[in-house]
Design a protein around this ligand. Structure first.
Ligand SMILES: [Fe+2]
Ligand SMILES: [Fe+2]
Length: 369
């Protein structure tokens, strides 16, 4: 499939057209089920065209609401590429392709740069250096953050959500909750001592402490039985920020140099979960939905508070003795809070079309852009 690049007579305005971003996604997606060496032999000669097209899409993705389609396609492509590293395939895949790796790095770097742009300048530099004070500072920042008690959970899910809304909610959560065990498995490589033991204990909880029926991803998938959600329906239901949240988690867990960011990101994910899930349980009970579908959320109200406490004590504090680690942990934690707030803002807008965002803007937190 040929992707025709647009002429660029204005260097400041991204000019890639909507159809170009969609066509680029389809072209690169078509490589994913072809052997890596075959892809490189066939397409390396077209590297400059492909790199230019991805660069154009990345520029358009930060151009604002008018180019929301480019942001969507950017995250859709990254999520499809990540399936090659998150699933055992039953056919050849392009995993390992040099050209695919270059495309992936471009998408990843653009995703991280956009996330950094949401951090308040100077915030990371203002972190205390003593590990316990550093943790208190970080928790305080997130406590004041819009993501901490977001109205999507405290108002919408808690009081208003109907059956169909909860169905949408669990689909939207699948890119994080549906593979949390694999995130832990990926991010623990190279760790040692208290951190490794904490991650191992957390992982064993994910494995239901050895009981296949209690494996967390298995419990999560039980919700899909209640709502008759099929795997093949998931991608089409995903919005840009659904894809973005899932991509960010994979991105931070797969690279060793992003280990500090993964520590911050996953720690905050654990810490934010119990209060959010209390609202999901209330909605479930209010609607009288089948008990089998709420086990996952009920369980995590307790277990994720323990996971968060263990994570802070055994992973964050012992690691936070270098400036490099503190910076990364804070970055990952704030990326989680900021991306989660944007994600929940979008969900609220979709759930309640026409909601006035002025009130929301007033509560915009110190850490968010
Ligand atoms: Fe879990
Ligand atoms: Fe957990």
């Amino acid at each position: 499939m040929e992707t025709q690049l647009p002429s660029t007579d204005n260097h400041t305005v991204p000019t890639i057209r909507r159809t170009d971003a969609a066509a680029l996604v389809e072209e690169v997606s078509s490589w994913l089920t072809v052997d890596a060496d075959e892809i490189d032999a066939k397409f390396l000669g077209e590297r400059s065209r492909v790199v230019e097209a991805v660069g154009e899409m990345n520029s358009a993705a930060v151009a604002g609401p008018d180019r929301a389609d480019a942001h969507y396609h950017q995250q859709l492509l990254l999520s499809r590429i990540y399936q090659t590293v998150m699933q055992i395939p039953d056919q050849p895949t392009a995993e390992g392709s040099v050209l695919l790796h270059e495309v992936t790095r471009m998408l990843e770097n653009a995703t991280l740069a956009a996330e950094d742009a949401h951090l308040e300048p100077g915030l990371l530099e203002s972190a205390p250096t003593e590990p316990k004070q550093f943790l208190s500072w970080l928790k305080q920042l997130v406590r004041k953050h819009r993501a901490f008690k977001h109205p999507y959970y405290t108002d919408f899910i808690n009081r208003e959500a109907q059956r169909e809304d909860l169905r949408t909610y669990v689909i939207q959560e699948s890119l994080i909750d549906g593979r949390f065990d694999d995130f832990l498995a990926m991010m623990q490589i190279g760790t040692a001592g208290a951190s490794k033991m904490e991650i191992a204990g957390n992982y064993w909880d994910e494995m239901g402490n050895g009981d296949p029926e209690a494996v967390h991803t298995h419990l999560f998938n039980k919700i899909y039985e209640v709502f008759d959600v099929r795997t093949e329906d998931l991608e089409a239901a995903m919005t840009t920020t659904d894809l973005h949240s899932g991509n960010l988690a994979v991105l931070l867990c797969r690279y060793r140099h992003l280990y500090p960011e993964a520590v911050g990101f996953l720690g905050m994910t654990e810490w934010l979960a119990p209060d959010r899930f209390r609202n999901v349980v209330r909605a479930w009970e209010r609607l009288g939905l089948p008990e089998v579908g709420i086990t996952y959320h009920r369980l995590h109200i307790t277990i994720d508070s323990q996971h968060a406490a263990g994570w802070f004590h055994n992973v964050v504090i012992p690691s936070a003795d270098t400036a490099y680690m503190r910076r990364g942990i804070a970055r990952g934690a704030l990326w989680r809070a900021n991306s989660s707030a944007r994600h929940l803002d979008e969900r609220l807008d979709l759930a309640r079309p026409g909601t006035d965002r002025a009130a929301a803007a007033e509560r915009t937190p110190v850490a968010a852009g």
